[in-house]
Write a new protein. Structure first.
Length: 444
């Protein structure tokens, strides 16, 4: 079946005719179709002239379009007049212009997809790199489809109405949002929403991976899927941490394979009770393009977690690592918006002489752009070490939709479990009196 047979000439002519009969009709479809969507070049030229008149703020009707196209000299005067009259006569109903536009756009989309596939098939598949060829094709097709998902212009009253319906309970949600599962942190964060890039940064060995895994588990328990990109450890190592936390069995026992029969049964029961909503990718050197290809078709995707930013690669070349990390963070922010999914990206902080001091955003490694590109920034550090656990601080240092503040958690590294505590963080609580006196004297 030929693609052109799927595009009734009447649909394209009816769009032109509806606009000529009532120029207000253009506003209903201007963001739905483009000049390139018209399969008949003559009609596409007419639509282009209509858009030009609109951009110039001129009236759009039979006479003005005739005049504009006469200057372009695409048609003879008689042919143009006959074509415009035919468009007006063909239009069944002005009010149905959006329906006509939908027919034209879908047909144009089908044609572009077919052309892309035929082009790939005619060129042949490189047998040396079939996976890369497939990914490039999927990326190309995905780009064609994504162009149809652009948000329409909306009046403020429409957006306000949606919010009121949400506030009053008429609709369940207006955004793809998830929480960390720790009430005190969530009260500060005000949720991780679709389009958000959230950075979780710490110095090495503090426990940010374990905390990210805990967030992944909490989100997965709500029924949403979580894709976890683990570039530091294999999927089996990641799974060990999850099982340790869920079953409450020592990590050392899992690593040493020294489990007692009842502990093995406990692990089996834990696996059976899992909701199976966490998807792991342990490929090294992941790129934003890889993530887009992996995640674009996953239904009920609630969160993407990347461990960690400095291990990612960019699709393009840069002069230095700072520029590359900055570019990756910008691409991640765009990806979060395109997929309407929050992305939690782990990042390293620069080492300092006193590892237990509260970090600042200036310590973000490799790029000064991270703070600028993210929606929320959480800084994590060790406040105090105890015999069998440590107290860690979570500082929501940047929050473009909410407040900032610090929450304390106890972390049992042996069982990979975080526990929320009531204790409040006091500045310099981890420094002894002599050190505080030195700071005090040095400040004057």
């Amino acid at each position: 079946m030929q693609i052109n047979s799927l595009v009734p000439e009447e649909a394209e002519m009816s769009i032109i005719g509806a606009i000529l009969l009532d120029e207000k009709s253009l506003a209903k479809i201007v963001d739905k179709i483009s000049v390139e969507d018209f399969s008949y070049s003559d009609l596409g030229k007419i639509y282009k002239s209509i858009l030009k008149l609109s951009d110039l703020g001129k009236s759009i009707d039979f006479v003005t379009v005739m005049d504009e196209l006469s200057n372009e000299k695409f048609f003879t005067q008689d042919d143009l007049k006959k074509l415009l009259l035919l468009c007006c006569e063909t239009t069944p109903c002005i009010r149905n212009i959006e329906y006509y536009a939908d027919i034209v756009h879908k047909s144009a989309l089908a044609k572009r997809l077919e052309e892309s596939l035929l082009s790939t098939l005619s060129d042949g598949i490189d047998t040396e790199n079939p996976v890369q060829e497939a990914e490039a094709l999927i990326d190309k097709l995905s780009h064609i489809i994504s162009q149809t998902r652009d948000k329409n212009l909306r009046c403020l009253s429409e957006i306000s109405g949606n919010l009121i319906d949400y506030y009053s309970g008429k609709i369940e949600k207006i955004e793809n949002r998830c929480d960390t599962g720790y009430s005190k942190i969530d009260k500060i964060l005000k949720g991780m929403s679709g389009g958000n890039l959230i950075i979780l940064a710490s110095r090495p060995k503090v426990g940010k991976t374990a905390f990210a895994i805990s967030i992944a588990q909490n989100v997965s328990e709500t029924g949403k899927k979580v894709v976890f990109y683990s570039q530091e450890m294999l999927g089996e190592e990641l799974c060990e941490r999850i099982l340790s936390g869920q079953a409450g069995i020592s990590m050392n026992k899992l690593i040493d394979n020294s489990l007692l029969p009842h502990e093995i049964e406990k692990l089996k029961n834990t696996v059976q009770e899992q909701k199976n909503n966490i998807i792991v990718n342990d490929s090294a050197g992941i790129t934003v393009r890889n993530i887009r290809l992996n995640c674009r078709m996953i239904k009920d995707l609630g969160l993407i977690i990347i461990d960690y930013l400095q291990l990612m690669k960019s699709n393009s070349k840069h002069d230095n690592r700072n520029q590359e990390i900055g570019a990756i963070s910008r691409e991640l922010k765009k990806l979060a918006t395109d997929l309407n999914v929050p992305i939690l990206c782990l990042s390293q902080l620069n080492r300092v002489s006193n590892e237990n001091t509260r970090p600042t955003s200036s310590e973000l490694r490799d790029s000064g752009e991270l703070e600028q590109n993210c929606n929320k920034l959480m800084l994590m550090w060790c406040v105090k070490k105890h015999e069998n656990f440590k107290t860690v601080g979570i500082d929501v240092a940047l929050n473009r939709r909410g407040v900032t503040g610090v929450t304390l958690l106890n972390f049992n590294g042996e069982k990979m479990q975080f526990t929320q505590i009531e204790e409040r963080y006091k500045e310099d609580s981890n420094l002894d009196a002599d050190w505080r006196n030195k700071i005090y004297k040095k400040s004057f």
